[in-house]
Write a protein that binds this ligand. Structure first.
Ligand SMILES: [Zn+2]
Ligand SMILES: [Zn+2]
Length: 647
């Protein structure tokens, strides 16, 4: 017999070789129907694999990310099986589950093109295959067998993948007539899949290498209930409406120009104003938290980045060095601000009493991204980080972490991100030689992060083995208004750069010590943050931030003069205000200005002009009545003030 322990702490005995599915059945038939995969000692596995020793078992239903992953992974096999039927000779690359759904990269062969318009037929084929309720047959095979099998079928992409695998770790899964190289986990059969939707087609280089062949990537998603698919499609429609590229164009915030170059955002006047307000907001917070603003050049000598290690990381695959007329002189576009800030640290000898030092810069950096990877403001080749580097003593680390978490909380609050989560990335304790810095420092830093999160009541998932080689980190993810998750700010401890730049301070013991460095960027970058903010708010920015706060709408031309007076008055109060004095019906003006997402419309006519009043129409609330213009301005300023009071 083996002992199986469950997440609620209970323990049950089973015969050796019992499967997770049988365990589910022994608990309740309903659970057996609903569970899709199992976590056995922390590893997600197929439900029908025998369990041979005592284990911690968690039965995974649809709500669990790991179950969705197995579900979507199985669906990608289903997609491949359908494609194999419809496109004889098609070759398969990889077909993973992703955050929302799955994809498969395929090479349909010379002269064969798979277009969006073909997706419906592929979907129909998938649905017809579902009727077979096929089981997935798992096989463990040797590397030699695997190579022979896929070579004989001419699957050269799979053969290349197998060559990189170690013998003894290779499994295949067969679904109907389709056999795939895969390590799983999967559903045991396709019957839980009740709804399938293929969403788009894109190009993707084999193994992400633009020198290799471009394959066709087919994206899809699937669900255990038809109603879940319907909900998802509504969400997708909503997401389209909020697409930051579309809203950015409508609100005239930013643009791209083929002449300037791909992936290089250009901020239009209204976008620049919005971004400047965000920067000023953060600058004000940072000032309060003891940061000092600095400015450094956009380029630096190549040797600077050789010293920092960034050349080794970004050099080959990024923008190439800039040469000058001077023999041998080479500069790089800066990929990171940190080396420049290390030089600022070295400006003068530092004592333990000088620390912490906090240098902040809205620093623009350049990193080459393949053209296929570029996407609006979220994947670009030039972007401005809301960067800062804190140089502190090891004993100050926790306090500094707490302060950065405070800053991030302030930002989330002012920008109405109510739902966020954090992840703490620690080193892999079984692989310590991979990391730079002493054990003692690592333990201190990791403990500091964990304690700081606990003190701030921040629910953080701890992931071991995810730390960078140079230090542990804390990342923030926000959930937007329609439930999508976005990676934003990060706080990263670094033992490496202080070492490479030989940074020192004189301790109270009169000896030289190395400071610890913290990199932190609450927004991540201005570009990415504005993109997320647009997708979160649909362009309806918080009142303090939005480009135009108020528009005055005279109900006819007779009241244009009064509308102008109202606007002048508000502008003098520092309220961003427009007048819509077009010769249009008031209904039309209201509709047009709603599209511009202006929070307040002030409608003025005879009665308002006589009484120095405005009639208020507020975004999301509709008409809220008439008030004196002075009252409106006072209330408005108070509303903005309250929002910014979080600092
Ligand atoms: Zn698979
Ligand atoms: Zn940095």
């Amino acid at each position: 017999m083996i002992q199986i322990s469950f997440p609620d702490g209970s323990v049950r005995s089973y015969e050796q070789g019992t499967t997770a599915f049988q365990i589910a059945e022994s608990i309740s038939p309903r659970l057996a129907r609903e569970c899709l995969a199992a976590s056995v000692n922390g590893v997600t596995r197929d439900l029908n694999l025998p369990i041979n020793e005592d284990a911690q078992v968690q039965l995974l239903k649809w709500d669990e990310p790991e179950a969705k992953h197995a579900f979507w992974h199985t669906s990608s096999h289903l997609l491949a099986a359908a494609l194999q039927d419809l496109y004889p000779g098609i070759q398969f690359g990889i077909g993973p589950a992703i955050e929302n759904g799955f994809y498969y990269d395929v090479d349909p062969g010379e002269d064969v093109v798979i277009k969006e318009s073909d997706l419906q037929a592929i979907e129909a084929k998938m649905t017809s295959l579902l009727a077979n309720k096929s089981k997935l047959q798992r096989r463990e095979i040797s590397k030699k067998e695997a190579l022979e099998y896929f070579e004989q079928r001419g699957e050269h992409y799979k053969v290349e993948l197998i060559q990189d695998l170690e013998d003894g770790t290779i499994t295949t899964y067969t679904l109907g007539d389709f056999t795939d190289l895969c390590r799983g986990p999967h559903l045991t059969d396709t019957s839980p899949i009740k709804a399938v939707k293929l969403t788009s087609v894109a190009g993707a280089y084999w193994r992400g290498d633009e020198k290799r062949k471009q394959l066709t990537r087919i994206y899809g998603i699937s669900f255990p209930k038809k109603s879940l698919l319907d909900e998802y499609l509504i969400l997708l429609e909503e997401a389209k409406k909020r697409d930051h590229r579309k809203v950015g164009r409508e609100l005239e915030l930013f643009m791209f120009s083929q002449s300037v170059g791909q992936g290089l955002p250009i901020w239009l006047p209204r976008g620049t104003e919005l971004r400047t307000r965000l920067e000023d907001f953060l600058k004000r917070i940072q000032k309060k938290f003891g940061y000092q603003q600095v400015i450094t050049p956009h380029i630096g000598q190549k040797q600077l980045y050789v010293t920092s290690g960034h050349y080794a990381k970004y050099g080959q695959d990024s923008f190439q060095p800039i040469h000058t007329p001077e023999e041998g002189e080479e500069f790089l576009l800066k990929p990171m601000n940190c080396p420049h800030h290390c030089e600022i640290y070295r400006f003068q000898p530092r004592s333990y009493k000088d620390l912490p030092l906090r240098f902040a810069e809205f620093g623009t950096v350049y990193r080459y991204e393949q053209s296929g990877e570029l996407h609006g403001l979220t994947r670009v080749r030039g972007f401005t980080q809301d960067d800062a580097h804190i140089f502190c003593r090891p004993d100050q680390l926790k306090d500094e972490f707490l302060k950065v978490v405070d800053i991030i909380f302030i930002i989330f609050k002012a920008l109405d991100f109510q739902d966020f989560e954090a992840q703490i990335s620690l080193r892999d304790p079984n692989n310590r030689e991979k990391y730079i810095g002493s054990d003692e420092n690592w333990e201190k830093a990791e403990q500091a992060i964990v304690e700081a999160c606990a003190e701030k009541n921040l629910k953080a998932k701890i992931v071991t083995g995810e730390a960078a080689f140079y230090g542990p980190k804390l990342d923030f993810m926000v959930k937007d208004a329609i439930g999508r998750r976005w990676q934003l700010g990060t706080i990263q401890v670094d033992y490496n750069l202080p070492e490479r730049f030989e940074l020192e301070y004189i301790g109270s013991d009169n000896n030289k010590h190395r400071p610890v460095m913290i990199h932190r960027a609450p927004f991540g970058s201005m570009e990415r943050f504005v993109a997320v903010l647009i997708e979160h708010t649909g362009g309806k920015f918080p009142l303090w931030l939005t480009p135009d706060q108020v528009v005055v709408l005279p109900i006819s031309e007779r009241f244009n003069d009064y509308a102008g007076e109202v606007a002048d008055y508000l502008i003098r109060q520092d309220i961003r205000c427009l007048v819509d004095d077009r010769n249009e019906k008031i209904g039309r003006k209201i509709r047009d200005n709603e599209l511009k997402r202006i929070p307040y419309m002030l409608i003025v006519g005879e009665k308002e002009a006589e009484n120095a009043e405005v009639s208020i129409r507020k975004q999301g609330e509709g008409d809220t009545g008439s008030v004196k213009i002075t009252t409106f301005a006072a209330n408005f300023l108070e509303e903005v003030e309250k929002m910014l009071n979080v600092i």
